[in-house]
Design a protein around this ligand. Structure first.
Ligand SMILES: Cc1ncc(COP(=O)(O)O)c(C=O)c1O
Length: 516
């Protein structure tokens, strides 16, 4: 046992609080009762008073002595009481607790500590995850976009997120549902949110689903991980688009799945099966707007894909991450809406529509997969934050969700037009833009392939950081290109970034000298 705990406390005859030690500052921002609480607590922690026979003066005596109100003294005393520093004895008064709360909270520091370094064994599963990054580079999330970096793909304008409205709804929800939001909650997700999402998808994505098919998840990545776990055994095959959203490759590797990259043409994923290619249990696609190339899957390819899935008893995972941001005409109906054989696992996320840090998304599961998915979530992390889920449900049902989508879609349309015009003016001699119908990114193909290493070096150096298209390729050998994001930056910032890039590219040698 530690010295601190075993040392017998000296009994004191006089009242335990020496009034003259208390210093209250009426001009300080900290309320008087907090100052009083803190000073008495520190005095008790100093060890001289933790004796059961030490009695506190009455609140009246205390208040008179220090010239403060009794209610100030009572507030301080009741907090000390609640935290376990004091105890009341009926008819005798208030005393210092025998053992202060710190006794139960603070571990003793080991007397000697010698670090022993041995090689660690890391699982094959982790080592297999394809990623060149190391250490704290992971802390910047999937995009690696730190402060001061611009034109990174896939980043929404989070500064447009209506924080004040969100906070108001959140406060209302907490006031109404109180402790019910603090308990472990449903593994399927908040019932109101599932209802709101089902209605939204049926109205706007031509989905055919009911709230019981909705499973709330922590974003697209978790949707993919859970779906892979539900339908694939380790080693079984998943077909995925190539190039592909890099997080999907990482997630499927984590799930121990065999990844079969499939090429794309101008209609979407090419589903023809090569000789000896393993048949898929799941096929990952982004039909509304392929990431990163931006192709919209044609209706013919959609029906072909569903026929193939049906014929081979496979599932199609439809990642519908940013359909809301279309700029040239209405979207095609979701695959989920035209699937009559329950082969489509539809997944959406609020990462692009609202903001990625909420970590909220949803799966529309074919009936036979609902229970397996819920079972997986219950074994994984139970559920997403009930407070955020309930707030999002209100945000949708009160119309703020749609209104936000309409508002930012307009902002993105303006930024996109501005980006295209400025880009062609400033960089049109080096790149050809491939303008997609939708989304937050634009692919720029190099006119001279040999420029690629130089452009890559310069973009990394100057913090104008489109991703190299090759970053998203698995086997695909595409001509060199960069994927630019435009949505998160104002026209002024877009212009500044493009001017910076264009002038660095005009003088790559001197630019290189200066930046060294
Ligand atoms: C194709 C695609 N799907 C989904 C997401 C979002 O995933 P999450 O919901 O895990 O943030 C992104 C983000 O960049 C993406 O590019």
């Amino acid at each position: 046992m530690s010295k601190r705990k075993s040392r017998p406390q000296k009994r004191r005859r006089r009242s335990i609080i020496a009034f003259e030690m208390i210093r209250l500052d009426r001009t300080a921002g900290e309320p008087l009762h907090e100052q009083l609480y803190r000073q008495i607590r520190d005095e008790l922690k100093s060890g001289r008073f933790s004796d059961a026979s030490s009695r506190l003066p009455s609140s009246r005596a205390f208040a008179n002595e220090r010239g403060i109100s009794r209610s100030t003294v009572r507030l301080a005393i009741s907090k000390l009481h609640a935290e376990g520093y004091l105890l009341s004895k009926r008819g005798s008064g208030t005393f210092v607790a025998n053992l202060l709360p710190e006794t139960f909270l603070t571990a003793d520091q080991p007397k000697t500590f010698q670090s022993i370094q041995r090689p660690f064994r890391i699982s094959d599963r982790v080592r297999a995850i394809p990623d060149a990054r190391v250490g704290n580079q992971f802390d910047l999330g999937a995009t690696g976009a730190g402060a001061g970096v611009s034109l990174v793909p896939s980043i929404p304008a989070v500064d447009e997120f209506p924080i004040a409205i969100w906070e108001r709804l959140r406060a209302q929800i907490l006031a109404k549902k109180g402790v019910n939001l603090l308990r472990y909650a449903s593994n399927r997700g908040d019932a109101d949110l599932r209802k709101a999402i089902a209605a939204y998808l049926c109205d706007f994505r031509a989905a055919r689903c009911h709230p019981d098919q909705i499973v709330i998840v922590a974003g697209m990545q978790q949707a993919m991980l859970m779906s892979a776990m539900a339908v694939l055994n380790p080693g079984q095959a998943a077909w995925i688009e190539d190039p592909c959203y890099q997080q999907i490759t990482r997630v499927l590797t984590l799930a121990g799945v065999k990844i079969v990259p499939k090429p794309l043409d101008n209609q979407g994923i090419v589903i023809a099966r090569a000789p000896k290619e393993p048949l898929p249990r799941i096929i990952y696609v982004t039909p509304s707007h392929q990431f990163p190339l931006g192709v919209t899957m044609s209706l013919k390819r959609r029906t072909g894909l569903l026929d193939f899935a049906r014929a081979h008893n496979a599932f199609v995972f439809e990642d519908d991450y940013d359909t809301e941001f279309r700029f040239t005409g209405p979207p095609l109906p979701s695959l989920q809406g035209i699937d009559n054989a329950s082969r489509v696992i539809y997944a959406g996320t609020v990462s692009k529509i609202l903001c990625p840090s909420l970590r909220l998304g949803y799966i529309v599961a074919p009936e036979p997969l609902i229970d397996p998915l819920v079972k997986i979530r219950s074994a994984m992390d139970q559920h997403s934050s009930p407070i955020d889920q309930a707030t999002l449900a209100r945000f949708i049902t009160e119309g703020f969700f749609l209104s936000h989508i309409k508002r930012v879609r307009k902002i993105y349309a303006e930024r996109r037009d501005f980006f295209i015009k400025q880009f062609n003016e400033l960089l049109g001699d080096r790149f050809t833009l491939q303008v997609p119908e939708a989304g937050l990114n634009i692919v720029a193909w190099l006119k001279r392939e040999e420029d690629f290493p130089m452009i890559r070096r310069i973009t990394a150096d100057i913090g104008v950081r489109p991703s190299a298209l090759s970053f998203f390729c698995i086997q695909a050998k595409l001509k060199p290109a960069f994927v630019f994001g435009f949505a998160a930056w104002t026209p002024t910032q877009i212009r500044e970034s493009l001017v910076k890039l264009a002038s660095a590219l005009r003088d790559p040698v001197n630019y290189g000298r200066q930046s060294r």
